[in-house]
Ligand binder design. Sequence first.
Ligand SMILES: NC(=O)c1ccc[n+]([C@@H]2O[C@H](COP(=O)([O-])OP(=O)(O)OC[C@H]3O[C@@H](n4cnc5c(N)ncnc54)[C@H](OP(=O)(O)O)[C@@H]3O)[C@@H](O)[C@H]2O)c1
Length: 233
Amino acid sequence: MRSILVSGGTSTLGRAICERFVKAGERVYCGYASNRETADELAASYGPSLIPLHLDIQDAGSIASSLQELEGLDVLVNNSGVFSVFTPTELLESEWQRIFDINVTGLFRLTQKCIPLLRARKGSIVNIASINALHPGFGGTSHYDASKGAVVAYTKSLAKELGPSIRVNAVAPGLLKAPYLDNENPLRQHYEERSLLQSLVEPGEVAKVVQLLSDCSAMTGELVGVDCGYLMG
Ligand SMILES: NC(=O)c1ccc[n+]([C@@H]2O[C@H](COP(=O)([O-])OP(=O)(O)OC[C@H]3O[C@@H](n4cnc5c(N)ncnc54)[C@H](OP(=O)(O)O)[C@@H]3O)[C@@H](O)[C@H]2O)c1
């Protein structure tokens, strides 16, 4: 049984990743920053293999004390990430900093503290990027796009620096199916029209790729798109 840490484990995608690993018989630490209620609900559904872990990646001290609770670490999934929409002229510097502090610096903070644990087990890291890193400019997303571009560059750089002891890969999901995207939502309609599979992305399909990257001993420094063919459309 491997130990897997998923940051933002209660998010739309985080839940699917936690579920996938629990069903595969792994021990999953489901990181939450504010959403303890959902973490506890997931623990009640999945039993003792899913362990809620308070993990605020904006607070280095909190990360260090949270990691003390782990019984070793085989896989780190850097899934926490936040999004907002502002035109480049409306965007306040404080919002740019908030997005970067979570999506980039927070990811770095957690990764750096996990490296010794992962090295001890020849572990791996899977970073959640976005198609926005590859196809920026959806409108109002320049700050988010830049943050996810940084995640991709960091992934590739880390893969070089940490090999051969730790593999590092990233996933670039397209627009995820989520309750707030109803049939009338224009973003959903645009996504379904353009993507080759005419569909939003099921979080569970992204979770399959995360699991594959965590397992496949021949992959490092890769960015794998899971977007229903949006970028090809
Ligand atoms: N949704 C999409 O269509 C889409 C598409 C491509 C890529 N992605 C990426 O996929 C990942 C998950 O997205 P999502 O839509 O599933 O997320 P979400 O539902 O919007 O939830 C955001 C997550 O980030 C966590 N978070 C916020 N601040 C944090 C902090 N200071 N420390 C630790 N965690 C923090 C939240 O934890 P708490 O709730 O516990 O505070 C929550 O779990 C993100 O990296 C996102 O950029 C999403």
